[in-house]
Write a protein that binds this ligand. Structure first.
Ligand code: DC
Length: 218
């Protein structure tokens, strides 16, 4: 069974998806971290993350893998766990450009389908219900106000020791939303058959319960 959860950055998808996977004993796949790992590799190689021909050149040699388990997901680059490093701002600033490249998407989508073959999985991203698994058993689309999203992101960054104002984060979220929703290939968009979950005024427990109840009562 595949449960697809899509939505913009900081809409509450990741934490919710992880907990839902844990409760249902499904594997959890964080596809954003895969695009982040490609971006980190591009930056580490000293390449321009805006030039597709450069990025395409390193794709065949990229050693990206994902270790999935119930409720957990680790992204490895050359055997090292880069899950935390890829959440830092250097990567975040360039990941929308890298993930808009068709060659990158093709590789990552193939990997996402491979990882989940024969498994029950909660898969979280931007194009899971529309492109990666258009026949997913359940599709949820998360939204939230800019202020609620920025406040969540601010607290996440603070845990990593990075301080930004809510206003700065709102600007950054808007910039990334524009790129993610406006790109030609697999833009962020709600699948017609997805259930919208507006998390602006929901607690974490309510978000989790909403999905788990839908799945269990179906
Ligand atoms: O969810 P996140 O913030 O970690 O995602 C990082 C970037 O990756 C985001 O800007 C859009 C991109 N992404 C994507 O294009 N498709 C996905 N399935 C997941 C993420």
């Amino acid at each position: 069974m595949i449960i697809a959860i899509d939505g913009p950055a900081a809409s509450g998808k990741s934490t919710t998806a992880k907990k839902v996977a844990e409760m249902l004993n499904f594997i959890y796949v964080d596809t954003g971290s895969m695009y982040r790992a490609v971006t980190l590799a591009v930056l580490n190689a000293g390449m321009d993350p805006n030039v597709e021909s450069d990025v395409k050149g390193i794709l065949p040699n990229l050693a990206i893998s994902v270790e999935v388990s119930e409720g957990g997901s680790k992204t490895l680059l050359d055997g090292n766990d880069v899950s935390e490093e890829t959440r830092r701002t250097g990567v975040t600033n360039h990941v929308s450009a890298v993930s808009a490249m068709p060659s990158v998407r093709e590789e990552m989508v193939a990997m996402q389908r491979r990882i989940t073959v024969g498994k029950d999985a909660v898969v979280e991203g931007r194009d899971i219900g529309t492109v990666v698994f258009p026949k997913a058993d359940f599709k949820f689309y998360f939204t939230a106000s800019h202020t609620a999203r920025a406040e969540r992101r601010r607290l996440d960054l603070k845990k990593l020791g990075i301080e930004h104002s809510t206003e700065e984060i709102i600007e950054d979220l808007k910039r990334r939303d524009d790129i993610d929703s406006g790109r030609i290939h697999s833009p962020l968009t709600r699948a017609d058959d997805a259930i919208t979950v507006d998390t602006t005024n929901l607690t974490f427990d309510e978000q989790v319960a909403f999905i788990v109840n839908r799945v269990r009562n179906s």
